[in-house]
Design a protein around this ligand. Sequence first.
Ligand SMILES: [Zn+2]
Ligand SMILES: [Zn+2]
Length: 188
Amino acid sequence: MIAGLFHLDAVFGNHKHVVTDFGIRVELREGYPVSLPVVYETCGRIPKTFHKNAGGQSLCLGVPVLLYRQLKLSPSVLDYLKACLVPYLYQAVFFERGDPLPLGEIAHGSDGVLDFYALELHMPSHAAVIRCIQLLGMPRLTAYEEPCPCNSGRLLRQCHSHFLDKFREYQSEAWFRRRSRQLVTSAG
Ligand SMILES: [Zn+2]
Ligand SMILES: [Zn+2]
């Protein structure tokens, strides 16, 4: 566990320069870096209404698959905080002031996650996205012979396969199988 003041000194694009301190606690779970670091804000500055995970109130730093991608790029906790916590806190400061969020926002929860995948995978609907995530849970060559979820009538390998393939680098087939079941359940 790492805890203390996190000094935020950040500017993105031509948005405002932000300098402030947050109390932060980082917990590394068993299996790290296979499991994500769990990050808390300890001074009560960030409200529940701004991207916190249900249950423990840890910070929702973004779409899980992107957080895992960061750990694949670098397993360093410091790099993780720079890449994922800094933009989160930067946005939180704008939220605190009641200003529009400069980096845009993905809706919290599974709708936001499905929107994100729809954009990245170039899929027309959430149902098509869920099918893509199911295909990511299968061996690549088996999935290639399935109909493409975009409904083009072509096989995946003749259609959207390259959009799906990059996600295979970030997580395992077993992880995508679990993820597709969670998203099916929450999409009701
Ligand atoms: Zn969120
Ligand atoms: Zn397609």
